[in-house]
Design a protein around this ligand. Structure first.
Ligand code: NOJ
Ligand code: CA
Length: 751
C-alpha cells in the first residue's frame, strides 16, 4: 500500500497507474505528447480529490443520522462490519436496527468487513409537474445521506448506500461505482432487512413470482402462510410461490400503537423485483428477490444501482395514500414531447367475454374447415364489425373517448395454456373484424381506438413482432395498446416478475413511446412509479381487478378499501370499474359483483388511474343512464386530491379537483359494513356556490341482497357544507360538484 494513502484510494491508484501506463504506450505509438500531459493532469487532480474527501470518515460505532420532520434515519456498521440502519417516527421505532447488503455470486464476503470511507449529506427541495396525476404539482423535499463503503480486505470492492429521508418516509438504494475490481457481477441475494417492532396488522398477498391477482388477507404478521392461498387460488392462471412465508409488496401494515407503515420499492429497472420473507417469530422481513430461470437474481455492470427500497410511515392512514415519495424517487420523464399523452375513459368489447356472453375466439374448432377451406364461425365471437360499431355509437353518444376491442386478431382458439411461442402475430384480424371499416367509423364518430395485444406470456414472440405491431396500430390510428401476459413466460423458466421480464416491460413502454402510443399492461410486475419516467405507461393491471367478479369467486367487499394502500402505491391500475349489472351472470351460488352499484361509481374517484374503463356492456348502462351520468362527468386527470378519511380494510373517502376546471368529485367506499361518511366540503372555494349531485346507495341497498338500488339527489352546497352519506354494506357514494349556474341558485341548500 502507498504510505499515507487511505485504503480505498490505493485500489483507484493502482487502477489509474495501469491506465496511465497504457496511455503512455498508446500515446508514444501515436507520438502525441500533449495528450499524455493532459491525461496525467486529469489523473492527478482526480487522486488529489480522493485524498481530500477522505477527511470526513466517520468513526465506527457512532451512528450517522439524517432526519426530516418526524422521520429519523440512523446508519452504522455492526461489529462484523455489516451495514445496519434503523428508522424512527417521532419517538416511535418503525424499523429496528436491520442489516443491509447485497450478496454477489462470486464473492461470499461482500456482506461484511466494510469500512466507512466517507459520508455526504445534501438537501433537495424542488417542485415538478407530472404529465398527468392526482395533483398537478409535486414537491420533492428530502435530505440525502450517502455512505461510501469499502471492503477492508481484498479485493477492496466499493459500495455506496444512498438514503433519502422525506417527511413521510425513507428510501434507500445500493450503488456500485465504477471501480477496478468490480465490473460485471451477478447478484445472488439481497440482505436488506426490515425488523418490525411487533406483530403488526398486515394486508398481504403471497409472494408469487408470476401473479399479483390474489385476494388480500388481513392478519397479524405472525400468521402469514402463503401456501394456503397458493394452493386454493386456482382461478389464477400461472402461479409460483416458492416461499411459504413469502409475501408481496407494496405491503401495508398498522402497528399496535397506531403507526401506518408501507414497504415497497421505487424505480424498478435493470434489476429483479423485491418480495419479502417473513420471520413469523421475530417479525423480521427480509428482501426476497425474484429468481430467474437459473436461480440468479440480477446481472449488473458498474456503474449501476438497485431500485429504491421504500418505507412510508405516518400516524394517519390518509398520509400513506397521499404520499408522493415513490414518484419522487423515480427519474423525470424521458419523453420530451408529451402532448400526445392524454388521459381518457374508454368502453370495451370485453365484459361480455369475461361473463361468457361472447367469446374472444372466432371458431369452436380450429381443425374443422368448410368446403372452401375456411374456418367455421361459432356465432359467439364478440369482436365482429357490427358489434364493435355498436360500442363506437355508445361511446360517441356518451362522450367516452376510447374503445378497446379484445378478440379482434386470429389466435384466440389456442391463446393460453399451451406454453407455445407464437399464438398471435398482432396484425391478422379475424375475418369478421373489418379493421378498415371500423377505423373509418371510429374516426368519423370521434372515438379513439385501443389495440389489444395479448402475448400469452410469449415475450420473445412479442419482442420480435413489436415494431410490426406498433406500425400496424399507428397505420390504423390507434392511440393506445393494452398488453397481456396470461400464461407461462417464454423465455421458458423466466417469471413475470424477474429481471428479464422487468427489462421487457420497460422495452415495451419505450417502444410504445417511440410510436406515440399509450400503454396499459396486464399481468406485468406491479408498478414502482416508473410512470414518471415513461408517462405514456398509463396503467398496469398487476393486481386482482374487477374481472374476478365476472369469472371467479370475486373480490371481497373490503378489497377496494385495501388496494389503494397496497397495489396502487406504485401507480395506477386498470381496475375496470363501473359494473352496473351486479348479479345474474352465473348459476354458481354466491357468484356476483361484491359491491353495490353506487360503490362502482365511487371507485372512479377512490381508485386513481388516468385511463378508466366504463367496463360494463352498453345494454346494462342503458338501463341506468341517470347513474351513468356520473361516469360521463367524472374526470381522469386532477389538479388536487384530498384524502378525506381512510382506514385500510374499512373505508376510504377521496375528493379530487378536475384538472383545469373548478369541478370536484368525491368517492366514498366501505367494506362489508354499512357506515355513515361525514364529508366536510371545506376544500371548495369559500366565495362560490356549487351544485352537488349525489349518487348514493338507496336506504335498503345491500351488496348481497339489493345491490343495484341507488338514489340520486341534487343540492346547493358550499365550503361550509358537511355531507352525511349513508353507505350500505359493501356500498359507496359518488358526488359530482360543480359551480352553480345562476338558474340553479333556487336549488335546496344541503343540510
Ligand atoms: C387477462 C386480462 O386481465 C383481461 O383484461 C383480458 O381480457 C384477458 N387477459 C385476455 O387477454
Ligand atoms: Ca388479469
Amino acid at each position: 500500500m502507498t504510505p499515507g494513502m487511505p485504503v480505498y484510494a490505493t485500489g483507484f491508484f493502482k487502477y489509474y497507474i495501469k491506465k496511465l501506463k497504457y496511455s503512455l504506450i498508446m500515446s508514444r505509438l501515436v507520438a502525441k505528447n500533449q495528450v499524455i500531459i493532459l491525461r496525467m493532469k486529469k489523473i492527478f487532480i482526480f487522486l488529489l480529490c480522493l485524498i481530500i474527501c477522505s477527511g470526513t470518515k466517520a468513526r465506527d460505532g457512532e451512528p450517522i443520522k439524517a432526519a426530516m420532520d418526524k422521520v429519523q434515519l440512523a446508519f452504522n456498521l455492526d461489529d462484523s462490519g455489516s451495514p445496519v440502519y434503523s428508522v424512527n417516527y417521532g419517538d416511535k421505532a418503525v424499523i429496528k436496527p436491520s442489516h443491509m447488503g447485497i450478496k454477489l455470486l462470486d464473492d461470499s464476503s461482500f456482506d461484511k468487513h466494510f469500512t466507512i470511507l466517507k459520508t455526504e449529506h445534501k438537501t433537495v427541495d424542488e417542485t415538478w409537474d407530472p404529465v398527468w396525476g392526482e395533483v398537478s404539482h409535486i414537491r420533492n423535499h428530502y435530505e440525502q445521506m450517502t455512505v461510501h463503503l469499502q471492503q477492508q480486505n481484498l479485493p477492496h470492492r466499493l459500495i455506496d448506500i444512498v438514503f433519502r429521508v422525506f417527511d413521510d418516509g425513507v428510501g434507500f438504494r445500493y450503488e456500485f461505482p465504477m471501480q477496478p475490481n468490480l465490473q460485471y457481477f451477478v447478484v445472488s441475494d439481497e440482505l436488506t432487512e426490515f425488523a418490525l417492532t411487533g406483530d403488526n396488522k398486515t394486508f398481504w398477498i403471497p409472494g408469487d413470482y408470476d401473479s399479483n391477482e390474489y385476494p388480500y388477507t388481513t392478519s397479524p404478521i405472525s400468521q402469514v402462510d402463503a401456501s394456503v392461498l397458493y394452493k386454493s387460488e386456482a382461478e389464477i392462471a400461472v402461479r409460483f410461490v416458492p416461499d411459504k412465508y413469502g409475501i408481496q409488496t407494496p405491503l401495508m401494515m398498522k402497528t399496535a400503537d397506531g403507526l401506518y407503515i408501507n414497504i415497497h420499492e421505487a424505480a424498478l429497472q435493470n434489476y429483479t423485483s423485491m418480495q419479502l420473507h417473513v420471520d413469523t417469530k421475530t417479525y423480521k422481513l427480509t428482501a426476497n428477490l425474484v429468481a430467474d430461470a437459473v436461480g440468479n437474481k440480477a446481472y449488473m455492470r458498474t456503474p449501476c444501482h438497485t431500485p429504491w427500497r421504500t418505507i412510508i410511515v405516518s400516524d394517519k392512514a390518509g398520509d400513506i395514500l397521499a404520499s408522493k415519495m415513490i414518484l419522487n424517487l423515480n427519474e423525470p420523464s424521458k419523453i420530451s414531447n408529451t402532448s400526445w399523452i392524454k388521459p381518457m375513459k374508454f368502453v370495451g368489447v370485453w365484459w361480455e367475454m369475461q361473463t361468457g356472453k361472447s367469446t374472444w375466439s372466432y371458431t369452436d374448432n380450429l381443425d374443422v374447415k368448410d368446403a372452401n377451406g375456411k374456418l367455421i364461425p361459432s356465432g359467439k365471437h364478440g369482436a365482429t364489425t357490427a358489434n364493435v360499431k355498436r360500442y363506437i355509437d355508445f361511446a360517441a353518444k356518451n362522450s367516452i373517448q376510447g374503445l378497446l376491442v379484445e378478440g379482434w386478431n386470429a389466435g384466440w382458439e389456442e391463446w393460453f395454456g399451451h406454453w407455445t411461442e407464437k399464438p398471435f402475430d398482432f396484425v391478422t384480424p379475424y375475418p369478421d373484424f373489418d379493421i378498415k371499416a371500423i377505423t373509418s367509423y371510429a374516426a368519423f364518430k370521434g372515438v379513439k381506438m385501443i389495440m389489444h395485444n395479448e402475448t400469452s406470456g410469449g415475450a420473445t414472440n412479442y419482442e420480435r413482432q413489436m415494431d410490426t405491431a406498433f406500425k400496424f396500430m399507428k397505420s390504423y390510428g390507434y392511440v393506445a395498446v393494452k398488453t397481456g401476459y396470461v400464461g407461462k413466460i417464454i423465455p421458458r423458466g423466466e417469471h413475470h416478475d424477474d429481471q428479464w421480464m422487468i427489462d421487457h416491460y420497460v422495452r415495451v413502454a419505450q417502444k410504445a413511446a417511440q410510436y406515440g402510443i399509450m400503454l396499459d399492461a396486464h399481468e406485468p410486475v406491479r408498478p414502482t412509479g416508473l410512470q414518471r419516467t415513461y408517462p405514456n405507461w398509463m396503467a398496469c393491471e398487476a393486481g386482482r381487478g374487477n374481472e374476478y367478479n365476472a369469472f371467479g369467486n370475486g373480490n371481497n367487499p373490503d378489497h377496494e378499501t385495501i388496494m389503494p394502500f397496497t397495489r396502487f402505491m406504485g401507480g395506477p391500475m386498470d381496475y375496470t370499474p363501473g359494473i352496473f349489472r351486479i348479479k345474474g351472470y352465473s348459476t354458481v351460488p354466491g357468484r356476483q359483483v361484491h359491491t353495490t352499484l353506487a360503490k362502482q361509481l365511487a371507485l372512479y374517484v377512490v381508485l386513481y388511474s388516468p385511463i378508466q374503463m366504463a367496463a360494463d356492456i352498453p345494454d346494462n348502462y342503458e338501463k341506468h343512464m341517470d347513474a351513468f351520468q356520473f361516469i360521463k362527468d367524472v374526470a381522469v386527470d386532477w389538479d388536487d386530491t384530498k384524502i378525506v378519511e381512510a382506514e385500510p380494510g374499512e373505508y376510504i373517502t377521496t375528493a379530487r379537483k378536475e384538472k383545469g376546471t373548478a369541478n370536484w368529485f368525491v368517492g366514498a367506499i366501505t367494506n362489508q359494513n354499512a357506515r355513515n361518511a361525514t364529508i366536510p366540503l371545506d376544500f371548495l372555494d369559500k366565495e362560490k356556490k356549487y351544485v352537488a349531485i349525489i349518487y348514493a346507495d338507496a336506504d335498503d341497498a345491500d351488496w348481497q341482497n339489493n345491490p343495484e338500488a341507488y338514489k340520486i339527489t341534487k343540492f346547493l352546497v358550499n365550503a361550509d357544507t358537511k355531507l352525511n352519506l349513508k353507505l350500505a354494506n359493501g356500498g359507496g357514494a359518488a358526488v359530482s360538484i360543480s359551480p352553480a349556474a345562476s338558474e340553479e341558485n333556487g336549488l335546496q341548500l344541503y343540510k
